[in-house]
Design a protein around this ligand. Structure first.
Ligand code: TNX
Length: 514
């Protein structure tokens, strides 16, 4: 039997033929859609593979939009004579090209690259497949964000959620509130350098993402996670609430206790709050949302709502209801972390993002169901499976462990979206998102080391058929496929962590980051 080629996320259907492969030579001609051809040439170049000569027709590799089939779907057929890729739309064609990239196999002895004879029919399970990057705890410049977009788009993710503000910094320049970045962006966790995106930087990121079929979802976290606001607008922020938990975290991780109006470089959460009863607060939020809506072409604005432990429950509910309405008034769909489900009166259609465990605790499932009752859908980010900032092994040099200890690649893989929150099945699930919080993450190498290969497990949860409905939608198959992809990723300059996937699922991080 011919085994499934190393593809992730797993396509809906892959038939491997017994016939000979298609071999790329320096003369291999590509015809069809110009953007897709450019994307394929980019992959060939990055791998050092030959071929990609422009051709009008009668090319060996034909990339076309057929206009039929589900959104983002494609069909790919390869045999010794050529490769035909037909997609429903431009995104589907882009994803077919990514699949083609994963199928390219080097023959070192012959110095050639080939694609095995296959027939693939593929379409996503969920419309929303996201990655989140926290640029607030550690600032990450445009180049790093672009590199992460490349990695995510190659795995068929179509949304980039940017966590743009938190206690440690405000990372987006706004014309109407320029003090935010002037006064609140200089530092990161641990006293590391800060930074911010200018409006032009943000525009660059949005365009770079769009060219790779990714939509940017900006998040301004409210009403907690707002200590940085107190440096620019002290009158809008309450004094930090110093609970025992905050004191504990400070003792363990350092960084000092938060002080109103001074930069915070620690890792504690849940001590800050905007002043909920002040008109000035809503004037501020209105300005921020006006500008965010203006510079963001995508449909979603994320307003946070997590861990507002410094905000009384009634105030929190009132604030979230009012601010989701403010987002809706600006023509955008609000997204909020699941805690916002505690509020009655959220704007209809508000999307909830669940970050509890694969088995919900403490009523998080109940709060999540409220979004559906209000006409919205749910994005699933179960922390003990898809939080890429969790250590993959207990001794990994960076990463956190609060989500049930280290998250092995196997645990990142073995969960089923439709079985997380009772009553929330495929129809209620907008999609899956893998967040990467950056308290311990300083640069692209750190990002790669934590993200790879677990990001591929999240991609599979969002894209591939439901577990139990496809013989290859198993940990054993995923482990083999990801093993087969490690060479490709390394060849593209991605620092795949020291975790060896084969055999045991987790192993030591011999080659972990510093
Ligand atoms: C929880 S999950 C947070 C973040 C932290 C993260 C670290 C969520 C919505 N909030 O503030 O950065 O844990 O893993």
């Amino acid at each position: 039997m011919v085994s499934t080629p190393p593809l992730a996320p797993l396509p809906a259907s892959v038939e491997v033929a017994e016939g000979p492969a298609f071999t790329f030579t320096a003369h291999t001609r590509v015809s069809g859609d110009a953007d897709a051809a450019a994307a394929l040439r980019g992959i060939l170049r990055a791998l050092g593979a030959p071929g990609g000569v422009e051709a009008d027709s009668s090319a060996e590799v034909a990339l076309t939009i057929g206009g039929e089939g589900a959104a983002e779907s494609y069909r790919l057929e390869a045999d010794a004579n050529g490769i035909r890729l037909v997609a429903a739309d431009a995104a589907g064609l882009f994803y077919g090209v990514q699949t083609l990239g994963q199928l390219l196999t080097p023959d070192a002895a012959a110095g050639t690259w080939s694609v095995p004879a296959v027939r693939i029919a593929d379409a996503p399970r969920f419309a929303y497949r996201g990655v989140m990057l926290d640029v607030a705890r550690h600032f990450h410049p445009v180049e790093t964000v672009e590199a992460y977009i490349d990695r995510a788009a190659a795995l068929k993710f179509n949304h980039l959620h940017l966590h743009l503000s938190d206690d440690q910094g405000w990372r987006l320049q706004l014309a109407s509130r320029s003090l935010l970045t002037e006064r609140s962006s200089a530092t990161s966790v641990g006293g590391d350098p800060g930074g911010f995106f200018t409006r032009e930087d943000y525009h660059r990121i949005v365009s770079y993402a769009a060219a790779r079929h990714m939509t940017v979802v900006p998040e301004i976290d409210l009403p907690g996670h707002t200590h940085a606001v107190s440096l620019a607008y002290p009158e809008l922020a309450e004094d930090p609430v110093l609970s025992d938990h905050i004191r504990d975290i400070t003792r363990t991780y350092g960084g000092g206790l938060p002080v109103h109006g001074q930069s915070y470089q620690g890792m504690a959460v849940g001590f800050s709050s905007l002043r909920i009863d002040s008109d000035e607060t809503y004037a501020f939020v209105g300005d921020v949302l006006d500008e965010l809506a203006e510079i963001t072409p995508g449909p979603y604005l994320h307003i946070g709502g997590d861990e507002a432990l410094g905000t009384p429950a009634d105030d929190f509910a009132r604030f979230m209801s009012r601010v989701t309405e403010m987002v809706a008034e600006r023509g955008k769909t609000p997204v909020a972390w699941h805690e916002a489900g505690a509020a009655t009166g959220l704007a209809p259609g508000t999307i909830g993002q669940y970050w509890g465990f694969v088995t919900p605790t403490g009523g998080m499932d109940e709060k999540t169901r409220r979004f559906v009752a209000g006409g919205g859908q749910v994005i699933l980010s179960p922390a003990d499976a898809v939080y890429l900032d969790m250590k993959p092994t207990p001794d990994f040099p960076i990463g956190l462990t609060w989500a049930r200890g280290a998250t092995s690649v196997q645990r990142a893989y073995e969960w089923e979206p439709a079985e997380v929150v009772a009553g929330i099945g495929d129809a209620e699930i907008l999609g899956v998102e893998a967040p990467l919080w950056t308290e311990t993450v300083r640069d692209l190498d750190d990002i790669d080391a934590l993200a790879f290969p677990r990001i591929a497990a999240a991609a599979e949860a969002g894209w591939s058929p439901r577990t139990g409905t496809h013989p290859d939608r198993t940990w054993a198959s995923f482990r083999d496929r990801v093993d087969g992809l490690t060479g490709l990723w390394t060849g593209l300059g991605i620092r795949v962590s020291g975790i060896r996937v084969t055999g045991i699922g987790v192993a030591s991080a011999e080659e972990g980051p510093r």
